[in-house]
Design a protein around this ligand. Structure first.
Ligand code: NG1
Ligand code: ZN
Length: 548
């Protein structure tokens, strides 16, 4: 059972700040770093109980991703490295908001009883803890550690500074019983990458030793950790900017969220000397990435940004993977039923969805925003790819299919091409992070796909033309009033809002618009798409007025 006095003693060191309700949003709890000690301590308790309940190692990450540097947050990683089971979210939330210490014990005991936490559990548990580079991170990591240790039988292993996907990868690797160190992580990505590059049919310029990618590190942990890979990856030359040195501030005028939402160059980019070169931008904890390049234009600055967002990444990977999968399906009869699907959200550019369905003939599914939703849908396919437009996504291989690929002897593949396709898919599974979206994995997977197909970033950009779109944030009194359905594409509350949106949509050509409350910021998000940029802007503004 629970050691109540141990829990109360530990919890009394972390009083709940009065007058604030903490909600478990799109990606855990987030707020100003100065008020999070109690919430993070209690998330430590949740992680510890989850470990006892599953009999596996659990992860706890201190980060607020793309939010400003003074914010922080906490997310929990489940045994497979994906996000904490949604069934536990209400418990995590009520625990985080309980103001009476005696009741804290009661909430924990009730939940344990209801879920038989100790019935199915091992007698001891373990939680891996890490943080990004935010100044409040060290203090909050310690609060989380004390939360974990407040539960008897559970140990806390503090790993220190990591990217979010590195921690998730380690949790997954630990539970699979394979090497789970930071070095193991780097070598898995690099060996997968080497394998793909070695199989390239015809190398374009054997003379040029490597491709150059310029990376915006968002002044965060991604810039710092990328050096671990840089040292062991062949054929790619990285030029990392916005490393957090030289006074750059985390996520301020830099990073994937800024580039994707504002459509602007991050600081230290957009120079004439970078014209046409492949650039990539990480977010603050390196679980997201978008690509871009600069192009000559007629306007005042003379250089415009060409963005390749999560939808373009998804489409590139779908093309690359489908090519090899088709090879396998047609040559190996017992693989003919292997299924492949992609998952997007309502934020996906309409042109990408159309291309995936009509040109590639791939099955496309929509889910609500948040990786936890996309991930579970994608996991239902033998190979599933999911991406949010903002650049968060990955590729998942179903365990059974993966086992077939690894265990089939070379002679059982009728043709050399089929055997090669199987090896390529396995190499892809090494480069991707199957726990969660990972800027490093996606950077090298995209790079290997481009090298393999002998494409430039411009060739890739030309696959389809994005429909003009616009995103706005609207501050409202209480964003919880707003409720949506159909993967957030329609509003159900307040009444009348959906018909007002429909009226705005009807005013423009090829219009599409939706609104939803953000799960990470105190705003309502508005998305609009139309045939021209002016119409998309106009539609977004029109819809925003109805939200106020
Ligand atoms: P919210 O704030 O719920 O829209 C944002 C992103 C999500 C996801 C989370 C987690 C958009 C429109 N939303 O969620 O896709 O990445 O942050 O970081 O980009
Ligand atoms: Zn992030």
């Amino acid at each position: 059972g629970l050691d109540a006095s141990r829990l109360i003693k530990a919890a009394s060191g972390f009083p709940l700040p009065p007058g604030i309700h903490f909600s478990y949003g799109t990606a855990g709890f987030r707020a100003d770093g100065s008020i999070l000690d109690c919430v993070v301590f209690r998330a430590g308790i949740v992680a510890a109980l989850r470990s006892l309940n599953t009999g596996s190692t659990i992860g706890l990450m201190i980060t607020a991703s793309h939010n400003p540097i003074q914010d922080n947050g906490v997310k929990i990683a489940d045994p497979n490295g994906d996000m904490l089971s949604q069934e536990w979210e209400p418990f995590a939330e009520s625990l985080a908001n309980e103001s009476n210490l005696e009741n804290v014990v009661q909430v924990v005991e009730d939940f344990m009883q209801k879920n038989g936490v100790f019935k199915v559990s091992a007698s001891s548990g373990k939680v891996l803890l890490a943080r990004d580079t935010r100044p409040s991170g060290g203090r909050l990591l310690d609060a989380a550690k004390q939360g974990v240790e407040a539960i008897a039988g559970v140990s806390a292993e503090v790993i220190g500074v990591l990217t979010t996907p590195q921690l998730h990868w380690m949790v997954r690797a630990t539970n699979r019983g394979v090497g789970a160190s930071e070095h193991d992580y780097y070598s898995q990505i690099s060996s997968g990458f080497k394998c793909i590059v070695d199989m390239i049919p015809m190398r374009k310029n054997l003379a040029s030793p490597s491709e150059l990618v310029i990376v915006d590190g968002a002044n965060g942990v991604g810039a710092m950790k990328l050096s671990g890979l840089q040292a062991i990856i062949p054929n790619v030359q990285l030029n990392v900017r916005n490393c957090g040195s030289e006074g750059g501030i985390l996520n301020e005028l830099v990073g994937a969220d800024y580039v994707q939402k504002e459509r602007k160059f991050p600081q230290n980019f957009g120079h004439a000397s970078d014209l046409t070169k492949m650039c990539a931008s990480f977010d603050g904890d390196a679980d997201r990435i978008v690509f871009f390049y600069s192009q000559k234009s007629e306007d005042a600055e003379g250089i415009t940004l060409r963005l390749l967002d999560g939808d373009k990444i998804l489409t590139l990977l779908a093309i690359f993977i489908q090519k090899h999968l088709q090879e396998l399906r047609s040559e190996v009869h017992w693989l003919s039923s292997v299924n492949f699907g992609v998952v997007q959200t309502a934020y996906a550019n309409g042109a990408s969805t159309k291309f995936l369905k009509e040109n590639l003939g791939v099955e496309v599914v929509l889910t609500p925003t948040g990786v936890k939703h996309l991930h579970h849908k994608a996991a239902q396919y033998d190979i599933g790819i999911y991406f949010e437009a903002n650049g968060h996504g990955t590729v998942l291989f179903k365990e059974e299919f993966f086992a077939v690929l690894t265990k089939t002897a070379p002679s059982e593949f009728r043709t050399e091409a089929a055997y090669k396709a199987a090896r390529l898919l396995l190499a892809i599974s090494d480069v991707v992070n199957q726990a969660i979206g990972d800027a490093f994995s996606v950077l090298f997977l995209v790079e290997s796909a481009l090298q393999y197909m002998n494409w430039t970033i411009q060739d890739w950009d030309a696959i389809y033309k994005d429909l003009p779109s616009r995103q706005l944030k609207v501050k409202v009194q209480d964003r919880a009033v707003l409720r949506t359905t159909n993967s957030e594409t329609k509003v159900t509350h307040p009444q009348g809002l959906q018909s007002a949106i429909d009226m705005e949509v009807a005013k423009v050509t090829c219009g599409r618009a939706f609104v939803r409350p953000s799960g990470t910021e105190d705003v309502v998000r508005v998305y609009a798409e139309a045939a021209t940029q002016d119409e998309a802007d106009c539609l977004a503004r029109g819809v925003a007025i109805h939200v106020h």
